[in-house]
Design a protein around this ligand. Structure first.
Ligand code: SAH
Ligand code: SF4
Length: 459
C-alpha cells in the first residue's frame, strides 16, 4: 500500500480465464478509486491503467463503467504504452486493444525485479489456435505465434549470466512451438501430433520445432534447470520425450492437461482426444521417462456434465495418479463456442461439490505418489527460508515439489568438503523423510552441483 500511495501511474495486469479472476480486478479497482479520489490536489493526478486480457475482452466497457480508469492496453499493445500515457497526460482516456498476428515482444528483454531470484519465466510464444470450446484465450490473446529461437536463447544466456538457476519456458501451447522466422526446414515429419490426437486448425508446416528449442536452451548452462508450461497433450512427439529423458538439466516433470475423464465431455470441450488416447500417452511417457512427475488441469461442471461423466474424471485421477493438479469449476465465458452453442446447466453448488471431490481424490493420490520419495535422496534448488519457520530452508525438487528441511551446516562437495550453509540458488542433496500431497520434508546432506548430483540421486 505504501508503494501504491507513492505511485503516479498504476497499471494492473489482468486475466480473463475465469469470472473469479476478473472479480479480483474489479475489487482492486474499487480500492484504487478510493486512493485516486483521496489524492491531494497538490500532487499530479493518479493514473490507472488496465493491461492484458480483461482490457481485450471488455474494451470500452471498462472505460464507460469505471470512469476513473485512464488507460487500456490489450496483450499485443504494450509497445504503445508510452503514447497511451502521453494521451492520458493530456487529460483524455486512451485505449489500444488491437491484436497482432506477429507480435512476440522478441526484442524486449524483461527486467528481473528481484536480482536474487533463483528462477525466471521466459515467454516463447503467444496466443492459441486450439479453440477449446470453453476457453477465452484464443479471443483475448489472438492467433498462435512463436518467438524467434535466437531471441529466446539470448534471453536465457543473459539470465544464466545473472545467476538464475531455473528457467520455465512459457506459452499457451509451448510444445506447438514453430519458429518460421528464418530457416525453412524441409522436415520429413510434418506434424507434431501424438497418436490419437487431432486439431481444430490446419497444422503449420516446417520451421524450428519445440524439440530443437528445448535442445538449444538446455545446452546454454548445464547448471540451469529447464521446465516448460503449458504444453498440450497433442504435441508430444518422441523426440521431445527422448530429449527430456536424456538431458540431465531438463526436469522430468510434464504438465499434461486432461480437463475431463469422460469422452462425451472431452468431445464437447473439443479437446481433440479421447480418454483412451490420453491414457495411452501417459503410459508412453512413463515408459520413455521412468520416474517422470505428471500434473494436470481439470474442469468440473462443464456444460452437460453428468454424475457419470464426473465419476469418469475421478477414475482418471485414480488411474494416472498425478503428482500435482490444478482443478477449476467451469466458468462460462462470452464469445466461446460453449457460450454460443451449449448450456451452462450444472448448478453452481454441484460444480463446487464435484470440485471438492476431485480435490480430495487428487490429494489422496498425490500423497501416495509422493510417498514413494521417502527414503530417497533428491536434488533441491534452494529458494530461501521456509514461510512457516525461520530455522527451515525451502526449495524445489526436479518434480517442482516443495521440499522443506532444517537449515544446517553442510559439506560443500564442490569445494573440498568445506562447511557451508546453503544459500538461495544453491543445489543441495536432501534425504526425504516424509511426504504429503504438496510438500516433502527431509534433512540436508551436502551442497553440490547438478552435474555432480547425478552420481548420488536415486530419483
Ligand atoms: N493452454 C493451456 C491452458 C491455459 S488456461 C492448456 O490448454 O493447458 C489454464 C487452465 O484453465 C485450463 O487448462 C483449464 O483447465 C482452465 N480453464 C480454461 N478456461 C476455463 C473456464 N472457462 N472455466 C474454468 N476453467 C477454465
Ligand atoms: Fe485455452 Fe485450449 Fe488454448 Fe489451452 S489449448 S489456451 S485451454 S483454447
Amino acid at each position: 500500500m505504501v508503494f501504491l500511495k507513492m505511485a503516479d501511474v498504476i497499471l494492473l495486469v489482468t486475466c480473463s480465464i475465469r469470472e473469479k479472476a476478473e472479480q479480483t480486478i474489479w475489487n482492486r479497482l474499487r480500492q484504487l478509486k478510493a486512493l485516486k479520489t483521496k489524492r491531494p490536489r497538490s500532487r499530479v493526478p493518479l493514473r490507472i491503467g488496465i493491461l492484458g486480457c480483461m482490457a481485450e475482452r471488455l474494451k470500452g466497457e471498462i472505460l464507460n463503467r469505471e470512469k476513473m480508469v485512464d488507460l487500456l492496453a490489450g496483450p499485443d499493445a504494450y509497445r504503445d504504452l508510452p503514447r497511451l500515457l502521453a494521451v492520458v497526460e493530456s487529460g483524455q482516456q486512451a485505449a489500444n486493444v488491437l491484436l497482432s498476428l506477429d507480435e512476440t515482444y522478441a526484442d524486449i528483454m524483461p527486467v528481473q525485479t528481484s536480482p536474487s531470484a533463483t528462477s525466471a519465466f521466459v515467454s516463447i510464444m503467444r496466443g492459441c489456435d486450439n479453440m477449446c470450446s470453453y476457453c477465452i484465450v484464443p479471443f483475448t490473446r489472438g492467433r498462435e505465434r512463436s518467438r524467434p529461437v535466437a531471441s529466446i536463447l539470448d534471453e536465457v544466456r543473459k539470465l544464466s549470466e545473472q545467476g538464475v538457476k531455473e528457467v520455465t519456458l512459457l506459452g499457451q501451447n509451448v510444445n506447438s512451438f514453430r519458429d518460421n522466422s528464418e530457416v525453412q526446414f524441409n522436415n520429413a515429419v510434418s506434424t507434431n501430433l501424438s497418436r490419437g490426437f487431432t486439431t481444430n486448425y490446419k497444422t503449420k508446416q516446417g520451421g524450428l520445432r519445440f524439440s530443437h528449442l528445448l535442445d538449444q536452451v538446455s545446452r546454454i548452462d548445464p547448471e540451469m534447470r529447464i521446465r516448460f508450461t503449458s504444453p498440450h497433450p497433442k504435441d508430444f512427439p518422441d523426440e521431445v520425450l527422448q530429449l527430456i529423458q536424456e538431458r540431465h538439466n531438463i526436469c522430468k516433470q510434464i504438465h499434461l492437461p486432461a480437463q475431463s475423464g469422460s469422452n462425451r465431455v472431452l468431445d464437447a470441450m473439443r479437446r481433440g482426444y479421447s480418454r483412451e488416447a490420453y491414457v495411452a500417452l501417459v503410459h508412453h511417457i512413463r515408459d520413455c521417462i521412468p520416474g517422470v512427475s505428471l500434473s494436470s488441469d481439470f474442469i468440473t461442471g462443464f456444460c452437460g456434465e453428468t454424475e457419470d461423466d464426473h465419476l469418469q474424471t475421478v477414475s482418471l485421477l485414480r488411474e494416472v495418479q498425478y503428482n500435482t493438479g490444478f482443478l477449476f469449476a467451469y466458468s462460462m465465458r462470452q464469445k466461446t463456442r460453449a457460450y454460443h452453442r451449449l448450456k451452462d446447466d450444472v448448478p453452481e453448488e454441484v460444480k463446487l461439490r464435484r470440485l471438492e471431490e476431485l480435490i480430495t481424490v487428487f490429494r489422496e493420490e498425490a500423497s501416495k505418489a509422493n510417498e514413494t520419495s521417502v527414503g530417497h535422496t533428491q536434488l533441491v534448488l534452494v529458494e530461501g527460508f521456509s514461510k512457516r519457520s525461520s530455522t527451515d530452508l525451502c526449495g524445489r525438487n526436479d518434480a517442482n515439489l516443495k521440499v522443506v528441511f532444517p537449515d544446517a551446516e553442510v559439506e560443500d562437495v564442490t569445494n573440498s568438503g568445506q562447511k557451508v550453509r546453503a544459500q538461495p540458488g544453491d543445489y543441495v542433496l536432501v534425504k526425504i523423510t516424509s511426504a504429503s500431497s504438496q510438500t516433502l520434508k527431509g534433512h540436508v546432506l551436502c551442497r553440490t552441483t547438478m552435474k555432480d548430483s547425478s552420481v548420488y540421486c536415486l530419483t
